[in-house]
Design a binder for this molecule. Structure first.
Ligand SMILES: [Mg+2]
Length: 208
């Protein structure tokens, strides 16, 4: 069994609003909860960084200070006792690798930045965009059952393609897509859903 989790908004706070608050750039503070089109969202963030002349290294100082939600490390440890855990996120390795380490060294699949000669972000490689569904399908075709958790529309394909979706404090648009999906308002709720799913799997061979 594999648990495929979104990162920001689920087990750690959103990083860009932290950057937005520090640099007072409204385009930084927007998140996937505000704009469903991730490409548009990233373009706005990159343009804002370029115009302000902010280097990736400056942003990393702030991003690397972000801590997981209280209890998140324990939550992942409990999931690991039941199966494999991967984080599939639209975040960037340059920001979130330390966060993955703080969460107990969990596997992170994320995007990467491109930099110019001065260390300012010039673009991005979206390894994850549109790929969440493929990653889940790959696990499934290898014979794994996949349970997933996400909070925003950028998790739609992840949640649709998995065997057991958990909506974590979902935005309204996501809730409309999965009206009968398991819903969690905190990590205790989420763990209870996953434990029940694992018990069903052990008993019936299916997660639902
Ligand atoms: Mg999220």
């Amino acid at each position: 069994m594999i648990f495929a989790l979104d990162l920001e908004g689920c087990i750690a706070p959103e990083i860009w609003p932290v950057l937005g608050a520090t640099y007072r750039l409204p385009d930084f503070a927007l998140t996937t909860r505000d704009i469903g089109d991730f490409d548009e969202l990233m373009q706005r963030r990159v343009n804002a960084a370029r115009q302000a002349g902010i280097r990736l290294a400056d942003l990393q100082k702030l991003a690397h200070a972000v801590e997981p939600y209280l209890g998140a490390r324990e939550f992942i440890a409990r999931l690991r006792a039941m199966g494999n855990v991967v984080i599939i996120s639209d975040t960037f390795h340059e920001f979130s690798d330390p966060l993955a380490a703080k969460l107990g060294g969990v596997n992170l699949f994320a995007n990467r930045f491109e930099l110019d000669d001065e260390g300012i972000i010039s673009g991005f490689k979206l390894r994850i965009r549109g790929q969440k569904e493929r990653i889940v399908s790959g696990f499934k075709s290898a014979g794994f059952k996949v349970a997933a958790m996400g909070d925003s529309m950028n998790d739609f394909s992840l949640l649709r393609s998995c065997d057991f979706p958990v909506l974590y404090r979902p935005v309204d648009a996501l809730l409309r897509e999965f009206p009968s999906g398991a819903r969690a308002d905190n990590l205790d709720d989420a763990l209870a859903h996953f434990e029940a799913a694992k018990a069903r799997l052990d008993e019936t061979g299916e997660l639902l």
